[in-house]
Design a protein around this ligand. Structure first.
Ligand SMILES: *[C@@H]1O[C@H](CO)[C@@H](O)[C@H](O)[C@H]1NC(C)=O
Ligand SMILES: *[C@@H]1O[C@H](CO)[C@@H](O)[C@H](O)[C@H]1NC(C)=O
Ligand SMILES: [Zn+2]
Length: 991
């Protein structure tokens, strides 16, 4: 078999299923070929001469918010909120079996799966029957309804893939969702629309968009629109539907859930409370008003709300009567509907839709309430989510490689399950966003920690087997590895306490990478031996003494060892680390830099200078450019208002600073030591301010062309002035730099979107009311500014999602931490006040600064955009670092240890720099999922944006691919089937 695959220059992930055996079962044929839609879809007729109100019964079941996932599922903790998803699904099934006209959509697969597993076979059959019968429409279908600001596209793809797979495994092909139902997330990303198109979906429905945008759309009849999700891909246009009310619930008077107190429909004319006549009169007015908001006579009406339908018969019996009441009405028809039936009905009227090409950020529900705080809320949880993603990718690959080698295709696959699911949960719009209660946040940490431990369990053995290479006879080698999750507070028991240990790095990317491995150690000298001989290292001071940390048997180290591990693509390297002397030969502090005019760190190609008067960054040199630029920390005071309209406070969701210019920290920044080492140069800074503690290391590695800002911010004091504080890191170009009120941010880590200060492309708003918060955008991976005249681009990459902006010429600011004492009245009912070790929680993170040409290639032949793309991948999918012990082999004479390979790669050669294997994981029945992506947009780089060719036959060293089948993005539908029923085409007018 010879197969050549062309990877398009459009960051289009191609999805391939590798089959060991032939899978022949085709998808069901679709009866409705014209609309290209669900074979199982059964839509009620509309009346083209009337206003058709589509009643869409649904329950919005948050995968954790005020209660934990389990508490919501089982219905525990009713004191906080009455909500039990297990009752909801069962109750809906019973109500739908009563009357075949009724419809319902099932959305969150995390809950559906919990429910399915607990049911009798009969109940499962009932559910499947309802799906096959078009009464239940599986909608959205991802593990959770993901947030769209903070989630990275790779995690969104993963959680859709897992959710849609569970749907296919349980209810089969009729369950394949076709519509996005992102009703609650607080603003909407363009990438989400693009991903939906690639999943084969053709619509998205939601409730939350800026109130000025909403009003304008209502006035112009544009609550339906066409949305182009990608500036690079063909065929990325989907249909958008927005609800006529301000939420995803019915208008007041029409909520018949047990949670609501609206009157039921009383259809007994003899009854003194008979109300059918008034219901018809009142709703006719409303329907006529709503009809004006839409381009066709199809009106959306979401019939449901948070955790509704626990007593589903109440909802349905009243909706039955509601629909019946309009049976002979001249102007209005009501019908049970689903999102896909709504899209079908609208499509049949062939409207001319308005084309949207940007996104729906930021979201504000009134002039003072910009939901831009959650871009940063709970920054530790946002970072842990990225760590979880990183470990999931590495462990999926290792388990896949090992199961192929051992031809036991189920081997260790179960160990991945918790992490797949925990990562799905983390994407939820009250998880990664930080908008959940504290006990729920703690439960997410518990879930993710347990999942990581479980996924890592077999990795030591797998690595041991891979490194023993072709050895056949049983060996007594035993490798025990785990990642030191606390190394960011300089704790790792193995490296701190052992005289001899091993470090293994597994690189999940398809190119070789250099990982700077950093290990907390006791004061000592070491030898590091790997496959390339002795490795050089530096001993450096930790960023802090972490005196606030109190953990049993774990003491943070003041010293760290750093060395460069060059790890092959999809490959491993092992190092032996041995203590050689008990005390240090040189001080980790390095030279004292006071009074040094030079104050420069790095080499001629990449370096930075420190101003020796202020101890702040002065200039940066890289890519042949030297730019005067400084960086400092500031904070905003959080507004404390108590009302929920104009005088609202900052909170978990909202960012509402009291002032338009942030406060400077007190006192002079101290030089807390520096190091010019063999692998890294570092400058340590410390801020002294009564309101918080900040330390930072600015560093440059010898072989890398970026500057790292490694910061630790915490102990925010809220009692000293009784005010919440929101801390930013601000980069300011001190040379003249004209970025034209323009900056750029990424959309979920993929395409870049242009932002203009105080301006929205789609509507007008008054930026004077909230000049800071209204200009904040989600920064999932990077933010940048350009001076096109000077041909300079300045970009900052992040290690997690943060809110960011460019509020003045030459500036980039990123919010890194928030501690607030008021609730912003958006439902969570707690203030965002995270504490740990009896102080305001500490957050550690990194920013990576890249400077280069804005328009041309840099001296290394790559554009700055291409460099940023590659760097972002390297930071998101870092090598998994396992630290542990090896028994049965000599630790001191690694190079003589003939039975061990110290290096391994599953690939025959690295992929071209613009292509990455986004996914490689065990799937089902001996098949594996392999997903490639082109990592650049069109026009980002004259060479690297171009088409890349790879030969899959020649790719893997570890195994031979027997057969390949292409699927849609989430692997739940074969591409051959999918193409035969194309997505809807829409008429639209450009802007
Ligand atoms: C989906 O499930 C059906 C069985 O209901 C199976 O035949 C089909 O192969 C599955 N599709 C995928 C892509 O796994
Ligand atoms: C494994 O086998 C290959 C070729 O058969 C050989 O080049 C390599 O040295 C062997 N590795 C070990 C560790 O024995
Ligand atoms: Zn929600």
């Amino acid at each position: 078999m010879s197969l050549k695959r062309t990877i398009l220059p459009t960051i289009l992930p191609l999805v391939l299923l590798l089959f060991r055996g032939v899978v022949t079962a085709p998808f069901e044929t679709f009866e409705d070929n014209l609309s290209g839609h669900l074979g199982c879809q059964k839509c009620h007729d509309i009346d083209k001469d009337k206003i058709n109100v589509h009643l869409i019964p649904h329950s919005h079941d948050d995968v954790g918010w005020l209660k934990t996932v389990d508490q919501y599922y089982f219905g525990m903790n009713t004191g906080i909120q009455h909500a039990g998803v297990q009752y909801i699904i069962t109750s809906v099934v019973e109500a739908l079996l009563e009357n075949t006209d009724r419809r319902f959509i099932q959305v969150e697969t995390a809950f559906f799966w919990k429910w399915w597993k607990a049911q009798s076979e009969e109940m499962q059959q009932n559910f499947k029957y309802l799906v096959d019968n078009g009464q239940i429409e599986m909608t959205n279908g991802a593990w959770a309804m993901n947030d769209e600001a903070c989630a990275n596209y790779q995690s969104i793809i993963d959680q859709f893939t897992w959710g849609l797979r569970i749907i296919n495994d349980t209810v089969g092909t009729c369950g394949a969702p076709r519509t996005g139902w992102q009703i609650d997330p607080f603003g909407h990303s363009r990438e989400q629309a693009s991903l939906f198109a690639q999943l084969g979906f053709d619509s998205i429905f939601f409730a939350r968009l800026d109130h000025d945008d909403k009003t304008k759309r209502q006035e112009e009849g544009r609550l339906n629109y066409a949305w182009q999700g990608s500036a690079n891909l063909d065929d990325s246009i989907i249909f958008g539907g927005i609800f006529p009310t301000s939420s995803y619930s019915p208008p007041s008077g029409y909520c018949w859930d047990y949670e609501c107190s609206d009157d039921p429909v009383n259809d007994d004319p003899e009854s003194p409370d008979y109300n059918v006549k008034s219901v018809v009169e009142d709703f006719t007015k409303l329907a006529k008003q709503y009809a004006k908001y839409y381009p066709t006579n199809n009106v959306l009406m979401a019939m449901g709300g948070d955790f509704q339908y626990e007593a589903a018969e109440m909802n349905f019996v009243n909706m039955d009567k509601f629909i019946k009441a309009f049976e002979d009405h001249d102007e209005v028809k009501l019908l049970y509907s689903t999102p896909s039936c709504y899209v079908k009905a609208v499509h049949e009227s062939n409207p001319k839709l308005h084309l949207k090409t940007d996104d729906f950020f930021p979201y504000s529900n009134n002039n003072n309430s910009f939901w831009t705080g959650y871009f940063t809320s709970r920054p530790n949880s946002k970072r842990f989510e990225r760590t979880g993603h990183n470990i999931l990718q590495a462990t999926k690959q290792l388990v896949a490689i090992d199961s192929i080698r051992s031809t036991d295709y189920e081997k260790n696959v179960d160990n991945l399950r918790y992490l797949r699911e925990a990562m799905g949960i983390m994407q939820h719009h009250d998880a990664i966003t930080g908008t959940e209660r504290q006990h729920v946040a703690s439960d997410y940490v518990r879930l993710l920690t347990r999942a990581v431990e479980y996924a890592e369990k077999p990795i030591g053995d797998i690595v041991g087997e891979l490194l023993q290479g072709n050895k056949t006879e049983e060996s007594d080698l035993k490798l025990q590895l785990s990642s030191c999750l606390l190394s960011n507070i300089s704790i790792c028991n193995v490296s701190q306490k052992s005289d001899a240990f091993v470090v293994v790095g597994y690189n999940p990317l398809s190119w070789p990478v250099t990982q700077y491995i950093r290990l907390p150690i006791s004061n000592a000298n070491f030898s590091i031996q790997g496959p390339d001989g002795d490795e050089e290292y530096d001993i450096v001071t930790a960023i802090s003494d972490f005196a606030y940390v109190e953990l049993p048997n774990q003491v943070p180290s003041k010293t760290e060892l750093v060395f460069a591990a060059k790890i092959p693509p999809m490959g491993l390297k092992m190092y032996f680390i041995n203590k050689t002397s008990k005390s240090l030969e040189e001080s980790p502090q390095g030279e004292v830099m006071d009074g040094d005019d030079n104050f420069s760190f790095g080499n001629n190609e990449t370096c930075f200078q420190i101003d020796n008067k202020t101890n702040l960054l002065k200039s940066v040199t890289m890519n042949g450019i030297t730019l005067n630029i400084t960086q400092n920390f500031y904070y905003y005071y959080s507004e404390t208002g108590e009302s929920d309209k104009t005088n609202i406070s900052s909170g978990a969701y909202l960012f509402r600073p009291t002032n338009t210019t942030p406060e400077a920290l007190d006192g002079r920044v101290t030089n807390a030591g520096s190091k010019r080492g063999k692998v890294v140069d570092e400058f340590h800074q410390k801020w002294t301010d009564g309101r918080m503690n900040i330390s930072q290391i600015i560093r440059v590695y010898k072989d890398e062309s970026y500057i790292e800002f490694d910061w630790l911010v915490g102990g925010i004091n809220i009692t000293v002035d009784n005010m919440g504080k929101e801390v930013i890191s601000k980069f300011s170009v001190t040379d003249d730099f004209n970025n034209n009120n323009t900056f750029y941010t990424d959309s979920n880590g993929r395409e870049i979107i242009k932002r203009t200060l105080n301006y929205r492309p789609d509507y007008t708003y008054d930026p004077k009311i909230e000049p800071v918060a209204s200009n904040y955008y989600p920064v999932t991976t990077k933010i940048l500014i350009k001076d096109e005249q000077k041909d300079i681009e300045v970009a900052v990459l992040t290690d997690r999602s943060e809110g960011g902006s460019s509020l003045a010429k030459g500036e980039i600011e990123l919010m890194v931490h928030r501690r607030i004492i008021h609730d912003d009245k958006k439902g969570v009912g707690e203030s965002l006040n995270e504490t740990e070790f009896e102080t305001g929680v500490y957050v550690r993170g990194s920013h990576y600064l890249v400077i280069g040409s804005a328009t041309k290639s840099n001296p290394d032949g790559r554009t700055t955009a291409a460099q940023e793309r590659i760097l972002a991948q390297k930071k998101l999918n870092q090598p998994w670092i396992g630290i542990g012990t090896l028994t049965g082999a000599s630790l001191t004479n690694a190079d003589e240890e003939s039975e061990l390979l110290l290096s391994y790669s599953a690939l025959r050669q690295a992929l071209p720099e613009n292509v990455n294997i986004l996914t490689f994981e065990p799937w089902k029945n001996g098949t594996f999922l392999l997903r490639f992506e082109h990592i650049l947009e069109q026009n980002e780089d004259p060479k690297l944006s171009d088409t890349a060719n790879i030969n899959i036959d020649d790719l893997f060293d570890a195994f031979i691919i027997e057969e390949i089948t292409e699927t849609t993005l989430a692997a739940n539908r074969l591409l051959s089937d999918y193409k035969s029923e194309s997505r809807y085409n829409w008429n639209f007018t450009g802007k």
